[in-house]
Design a protein around this ligand. Sequence first.
Ligand code: NAD
Length: 365
Amino acid sequence: MIEVKNIQDTSLAENPVIAQMSKFNHEQLLFCNDNETGLKAIIAVHNTVLGPALGGTRMWMYNNEMDALTDVLRLSRGMTYKNAISGLNLGGGKAVIIGDSRSMKSEALFRRFGKFVNSLGGKYITAEDVGISPIDMTWVNMETDHVVGLPGKSGDPSPVTAHGVYVGMKACAHEQYGTDSLSGKKVLVQGVGHVGEYLVASLAKEGAKIYISDIHEETLKRVASTYGATVVGINEVYDVDMDIYAPCALGATVNDDTLSRLKCSIIAGAANNQLANESVHGVKVMEKGIIYAPDFALNAGGVINCYSEVKSLQSSWALNKAEEIYTTISNIVKRSKNEGIPTYQIANKMAEERIEAIGKVKLPL
Ligand code: NAD
């Protein structure tokens, strides 16, 4: 006799993948496999209420598939919030390619990946991220038009990112010191790579007292002598007497250890995921009277630059749009003070409010 199963008994929530997706309401996941090229990738589309999901592709040697899944779900959701708070008509998505970016890259692998991106019909637009170079993206582009950050197009996003960080830092200064001016302010820039150096250039022009730190001695020396900055050792960073701490290298540098040492009154930098634990350290910075500029709102210049490529806009458009980061940060800090809620929570709320409001606009008449 055939056993008739009650399909209601098999709860979708028991499926770990769907359960993970439903936790933060991800729309779609695409698992990509190709034995010929060795491609193993996951594309996550978190939310497309505001527009196509834009977010880079990361190539990383994950310990296991679950780590890759967790990362792509977390990163794609982050893109939804970043794109929403920046006023862009873009949703959030991200892709991860599981593998060693030093040994596993090939034209065939990236073209195969491009075909998977294309199969989503423009719902997901990809770009470079960790482990991916412009040449890799040109291969992806051979199979799909849904790619940005290509050579000869919108170009290096770092100047736009740095400009957004700079104006957002000024907005914090206005709230904390009553003036936009950073002249004479002691600013420590941790990491003087692509974004950090452009930021140092703007700060030097304004007459800030600049401290810099980096693991690359050559870069450190060059930037110090070009802009008259003072070099600080990697481990001394958190003990420097400073007004503004600008993390532009690594994530999770705002943690229990550093918060017990940091003497700054503003944290505003380009690095992603600066708070080691949002719900703990986002509250602690507020309790210490430090204004923390939420990283995803402050460093949105990069995605603004990508958007200019999606819409074929001039590069000057991206720089002008990045100026709006001043108002965004200013509004976040004001609301945080008024509502007594940490800035990171206010930023999340503002992104969610926009998605909700525009979602209603998009309903049929
Ligand atoms: P980058 O690699 O060019 O620069 C990072 C710099 O940090 C390098 O010079 C590196 O030597 C230095 N560094 C690494 N570890 C360090 C340490 N322990 N102490 C001090 N310095 C250290 O990267 P980037 O493009 O300038 O980006 C900087 C940060 O901003 C990254 O976290 C990135 O994810 C984020 N971000 C960048 C953009 C962009 O447009 N490039 C956009 C958004 C966010």
